[in-house]
Design a protein around this ligand. Structure first.
Ligand SMILES: Nc1ncnc2c1ncn2[C@@H]1O[C@H](COP(=O)(O)OP(=O)(O)OP(=O)(O)O)[C@@H](O)[C@H]1O
Length: 92
């Protein structure tokens, strides 16, 4: 997986995931390459601090709930999430 280096303002740890680099970004989030405590690679999506408000928190919590209910060979599997954290995050 190609990842760009973390910037000084990036978090280095979210939940049990160590963040190792940046792999992409969407409308409301930055996606990091992460690693679980067991050494499993993860895509860790974090809501950008500039867009965290009650509406984006709600949308993000809904995304997490939907992800918990879907699985398949072409769907990144849900690993863990904390939509109520100061910086809400989701690991797949
Ligand atoms: N599981 C993953 N594996 C590899 N890269 C990923 C993964 N999830 C996201 N990415 C990368 O991060 C980018 C943004 O993903 P994200 O889920 O935030 O997209 P989005 O749905 O467009 O954003 P938003 O939900 O914020 O509107 C993707 O285009 C991709 O490059």
């Amino acid at each position: 997986m190609n990842a760009a280096p973390l910037s000084p303002e990036d978090p280095t740890q979210l939940g049990d995931f160590e963040l190792l680099g940046r792999i992409g970004h969407g409308g409301m989030g930055q996606v990091y390459l992460g690693e679980s405590q067991g050494g499993e690679p993860a895509a860790v999506k974090v809501i950008k601090p500039s867009v965290v408000d009650s509406e984006t928190r709600l949308r993000f919590a809904q995304e997490v709930e939907v992800l918990k209910t879907v699985w398949g060979p072409r769907i990144a599997a849900f690993m863990d999430a904390d939509p109520e954290a100061e910086q809400p995050w989701l690991a797949t």
